[in-house]
Design a protein around this ligand. Sequence first.
Ligand code: HEM
Length: 230
Amino acid sequence: AETPALPEHTWQFEGVFGTFDRATVQRGLQVYNAVCSTCHGMKYVHFRNLEDIGYSEDEVEAIAAQYTVEDGPNDQGEMYERPAEPTDAFPFPYDNKQAAKNANNGAIPPDLSVITNARPGGPEYIRALLLGYEEAPQDANLQPGQYWNTYYPSHKISMPQMLVQGAVDYQDGTQATPEQMAHDVTAFLHWASNPHMEERKRLGLKVILFLIVLTALLYAVQRKIWADVE
Ligand code: HEM
């Protein structure tokens, strides 16, 4: 089956003035926590990084504490589990890759730390994928545990449709429609993939502004220096 073009979508983070809308990415974190984290990890995103999207130290501690991480070995040489701390990363929820495969029809849920940069189409693809579940064509031959997704390259994906109406209960009262959740969690994942985007854009604008001023100055000086020359 052919893959249609990715639907266009408008994001607050687009363009040279684009930023991560705090309410959006915070709702996205809520989706990640409630839904995605049961199968995926983000080994390069640490809980303390959440301060960058508007959480206080205490809030970060509380969010981390909802997760369990493996630590050790302790003095007895044993590994043990404990609640996550701000310095931990979002954990991979399975003991190992084999356990992840066993639970997911032989597929391993990929790490989502840099997923919007890692897939062609970026955020547009991730959003389309999350909303792209359809009834399989007659001749699809889906295995048990496989689902038909319009935008997944092979269409047969071992991740079930997760974003169904009301899958999360938004703290800010926003209606949790599949479109809303897909928008929010994708924006959150794009922040995770590009945590320095806002800084980068601010610096870029300053550099451009500086270059404009410098150009004007050099022009004025040049006119002055050469003013007396025929
Ligand atoms: C794959 C995102 C929830 C299991 C993926 C991929 C993304 C993703 C971006 C990669 C697709 C690709 O390779 O192009 C998300 C998000 C979730 C979520 C944002 C929450 C809204 C879940 C849950 C499960 C799961 C809850 C387990 C029940 C998987 C598996 C794959 C996968 C097994 C690999 C699929 C394959 O190779 O066929 N997910 N996921 N995901 N996800 Fe999720």
